[in-house]
Structure formats: structure tokens, C-alpha cells
Design a protein around this ligand. Structure first.
Ligand SMILES: [Cu+2]
Length: 183
């Protein structure tokens, strides 16, 4: 019920923000922003999601946001190059804690089931709700409200679709996406 009412409000807020943003930025200002900070793309962006890659260093930085009150990440997918160093910045804009795990391809359901089973583990919170199974490749701690947490790892050498997911109890079915690894 709460979600049903919040969703249209959130959509409206996003839409009105975007409208405000796109109408208020003068071309000269937009150009100035581009010159001082080439990462910013200003008016075109519908979220603040960013992926930047330094090809020479084989290093990719990704900003992934946790959307307030929506139990979701702001991107369903992001793409990385195999074997790159990945700097995944997770910005929790929500009012509650979340984690993020990256799992082996095709194992979202198995990891989700293992997360559900952790409800019977008295040490689940100490383990940040991360199941201790080999399907989990990388994981964070519980990331607090308004906290920006950086997870650094080396992308798998094997191309494929690697799920990312929050395994806090009850979240995994909604809070998930795919990290596409390309050769
Ligand atoms: Cu979560």
C-alpha cells in the first residue's frame, strides 16, 4: 500500500526534477560544466549514474545508487571489461541498510535461497547477510543510509552475465541486476 502510493510520487518528483534541470541549465553553463568536468554530461542524464573507463590502466569506475524508498538499484545492468579493475561506488540514498553481492552467472536464485536460509542463522547480521557459498564472488558490508561505499575488485576473466544483488532479508527478489562482463 505504501509502495503503491510512493511510486507515483517518486516518479513525479523525478520527472519534475528532470524538467527543472533541463529547462534551468543555460547552454553556456552546460558548456562550462563540460569543460571543467568532462565526466558530467548535465541535462541528458536521467539519473546520476556514471561509468568511466581508463583504458590504459584497464580500470573502470561505476557509480551505482540505491534509490530511496524503492528497494532497487538505479541501474538494472552495467557493463565492464573482463579482467579490468572495477571500482564500484555504491551510494545508498535510501533510509535503510543494504548490501551488494556479485555472484556467478545463473546463481541468483541459489544465492537468494541461501540468503533466505540465513534468517535461521543467529550470526547473520555479523556476516552482513552474505551467504558463505562459493557462488558469491564479491560482497560488501551492510551499507548504511546515506553512506557511499566503494567495492573494489577485479572483473572475472570469463565474459558473461553476473548477477548483483542485495541479500538483506526479503530484498533479493527486488534488489538485483546484472553485471555484464565483456571480453
Ligand atoms: Cu537491500
Amino acid at each position: 500500500m505504501i509502495k503503491a502510493t510512493l511510486f507515483p510520487i517518486a516518479t513525479l518528483l523525478l520527472a519534475s526534477n528532470w524538467f527543472y534541470f533541463s529547462t534551468e541549465i543555460k547552454p553556456s553553463v552546460a558548456i562550462a560544466l563540460c569543460e571543467t568536468n568532462p565526466i558530467e554530461t548535465t541535462g541528458k542524464r536521467e539519473s546520476s549514474s556514471l561509468t568511466t573507463r581508463n583504458a590504459e590502466r584497464r580500470e573502470t569506475t561505476i557509480l551505482l545508487e540505491i534509490v530511496p524508498e524503492m528497494m532497487k538499484f538505479d541501474q538494472d545492468t552495467f557493463t565492464v571489461k573482463a579482467s579490468d579493475k572495477i571500482i564500484l561506488e555504491i551510494d545508498n540514498l535510501d533510509g535503510m541498510e543494504h548490501n551488494l553481492l556479485i555472484t556467478k552467472p545463473g546463481t541468483l536464485d541459489k544465492v537468494g535461497a541461501a540468503a533466505d536460509a540465513m534468517l535461521r542463522d543467529p550470526k547473520a547480521s555479523e556476516k552482513f547477510y552474505v551467504p558463505e557459498i562459493p557462488e558469491v564472488l564479491f560482497s560488501t558490508k551492510m551499507i548504511g543510509p546515506q553512506e557511499l561505499y566503494t567495492l573494489t575488485f577485479t572483473a572475472p576473466t570469463q565474459p558473461g552475465h553476473y548477477p548483483f544483488v542485495c541479500t538483506f532479508p526479503g530484498h533479493w527478489r527486488m534488489m538485483n541486476g546484472i553485471m555484464k562482463v565483456e571480453s
